[in-house]
Design a protein around this ligand. Sequence first.
Ligand code: ZN
Ligand code: ZN
Length: 105
Amino acid sequence: MQRTEQDGVVISCDFCQTDWDGQSAMIEGHHGSVICLECLKKALEESVSGEGKYQCTLCLRINIPASLPRWHFPHRPEKLVCQECLHQAAKAMSKAEHVDWTWKR
Ligand SMILES: [Zn+2]
Ligand SMILES: [Zn+2]
């Protein structure tokens, strides 16, 4: 997500809320939503099917069926990300030259 401060626009991960340092790897979703590499790694391991339909913070789809695994940062259950976004982000991160990480399915 983005917010404007005195020095300009600050970008931070929508999930862990860490501010971007201008260097670390992050993937953008729709409307300025962002997931950082650390969250992405965790999410790929920990995403699970839940109960009820949900909305994804990155692709903004609503009514995502419960069967599609989701993830949220600990203690921030209101921000969910769907597994499709996670897989897309993981592919993009793996291809990015400046990112020293490759997704192993
Ligand atoms: Zn994060
Ligand atoms: Zn999504």
